[in-house]
Design a protein around this ligand. Structure first.
Ligand SMILES: NC(=O)c1ccc[n+]([C@@H]2O[C@H](COP(=O)([O-])OP(=O)(O)OC[C@H]3O[C@@H](n4cnc5c(N)ncnc54)[C@H](OP(=O)(O)O)[C@@H]3O)[C@@H](O)[C@H]2O)c1
Length: 369
């Protein structure tokens, strides 16, 4: 439970969150189209870190239960529910229920034994996905789709440079780009994490960690040599800061630069007009101009609110990929609910590759065992 908002994720994790006993949801107080889900797996997302520390543009009023996306078994259905049955394995759509949603289901986050969601937010788990994979599906893969397909118009045969590729959305972008038939050059700062990214399908990986005090080393020549001297067609930038500027030096004329996030400068979007670091991410207009670049902001949720028609084809494609076994989110870390602080700290300190999951049922291993 988050009772108060802190200034930073480490402060929020250490001081402002606690595990509290709560009564199970009472069916007598729920509507005929409500569903109670016994939660098996809840994703620990970057947005959970931002939200619990007041850094996100959309904030539930404390006290609230974090956990934007979760999966589990249907434990109760209202009298008018027709889509799912008791015992069905389901995931809950974080756009329509949980802390990122609007309205009455905002209080039911995934870091709990039970969640309540409206029928339209409860989807049968596609294909052979585990609970751990299912709670890492929609937000990450819909983001990758929105950025690469809707905004980036990535084509088969093109080359995309993915920054933050070991992250939850970054690794989804690697998977989606490969499904689209593109060549992927993935960046990161850890050899061990990049080895996983390569196993997950990246064609090339580049460690951008600098030596000594330098946080970044130049990678433009490496990217140029991997692209026959031409540079990349698309940049997927979930990191921001210095890496963005270096990227502009190894792109083709007319390339698309996708602004996805700011993992390197997490305090830029404090929400409600309180900008934390207004100068953190600046792009040089001379490079944008002379290389004829398209710079595209890619806020998935905001774009979907502004243009609701974007979602149905995107959701259908992500679910179809999962149903066919073409998309299988990678989860490197799992924790019990009592370890929620360690789980959030692992996500904050960058130990995770792909998904980080909490098992409210208590098992540290697979929630599907
Ligand atoms: N556009 C959208 O709609 C949308 C949706 C969801 C998330 N986001 C944003 O996208 C970003 C990534 O989200 P995520 O869920 O993938 O986060 P994540 O799982 O924490 O991954 C971020 C990755 O970025 C790299 N990174 C972190 N700090 C860095 C630094 N200081 N310098 C260089 N690289 C750093 C890390 O990889 P290495 O340690 O390997 O370098 C890490 O794996 C966040 O800013 C998030 O808010 C945007």
């Amino acid at each position: 439970m988050v009772r108060e908002l802190a200034e930073s994720p480490p402060e929020a994790i250490a001081k402002h969150m606690s595990l509290e006993d709560m009564p199970a949801p009472d069916p007598a107080s729920l509507g005929p189209r409500d569903v109670i889900v016994k939660i098996a797996s809840a994703q620990v997302g970057w947005v959970d870190l931002l939200m619990t520390s007041g850094q996100y543009q959309h904030l539930p009023k404390p006290p609230y239960c974090p956990g934007l996306e979760y999966a589990g078994e249907v434990a109760w259905v209202g009298a008018e529910v027709t889509k799912v049955l008791l015992g069905d394995r389901v995931l809950v759509d974080g756009f329509l229920a949980g802390p990122r949603s609007l309205g009455g289901y905002q209080a039911y986050g995934g870091f709990a034994t039970y969640g309540v969601a409206p029928e339209e937010a409860v989807l049968r788990i596609p294909g052979a996905l585990s609970f751990d994979q299912a709670c890492n599906l929609l937000g990450n893969y819909e983001t990758a789709y929105h950025c690469l397909v809707t905004r980036g118009k990535l084509q088969a045969g093109e080359t995309v440079l993915v920054h933050g590729a070991s992250g939850a959305t970054g690794l989804a972008a690697v998977h989606v780009a490969k499904l689209l038939g593109a060549k992927v050059i993935a960046t990161g700062r850890s050899e061990a994490k990049l080895a996983v990214v390569k196993e997950e399908g990246a064609d090339h990986v580049i460690n951008t960690r600098g030596e000594g005090d330098a946080t970044l080393r130049s990678f433009k020549e490496e990217v140029k040599s991997l692209t026959g001297g031409h540079g990349v067609d698309v940049i997927y930038d979930g990191v921001g800061g210095d890496i963005s500027v270096e990227s502009l030096r190894c792109v083709k004329f007319g390339a698309r630069f996708l602004i996805v996030g700011w993992a390197a400068t997490p305090f830029v979007a404090k929400g409600k007009g309180q900008r934390g670091a207004p100068n953190a991410n600046q792009l040089p207009t001379n490079l944008l101009m002379m290389k004829g670049l398209d710079v595209l902001g890619c806020p998935t949720v905001i774009s979907t609110v502004m243009h609701p028609e974007l979602r149905p084809p995107r959701l259908a494609q992500v679910l179809a990929w999962a149903e066919d076994g073409k998309v299988r989110p990678h989860v490197s870390h799992t924790f019990t609910l009592t370890q929620f602080q360690a789980a959030m700290q692992a996500k904050w300190s960058g130990e995770v590759v792909g998904g980080c999951v909490i098992h409210p049922g208590g098992k540290k291993g697979s929630a599907d065992a």
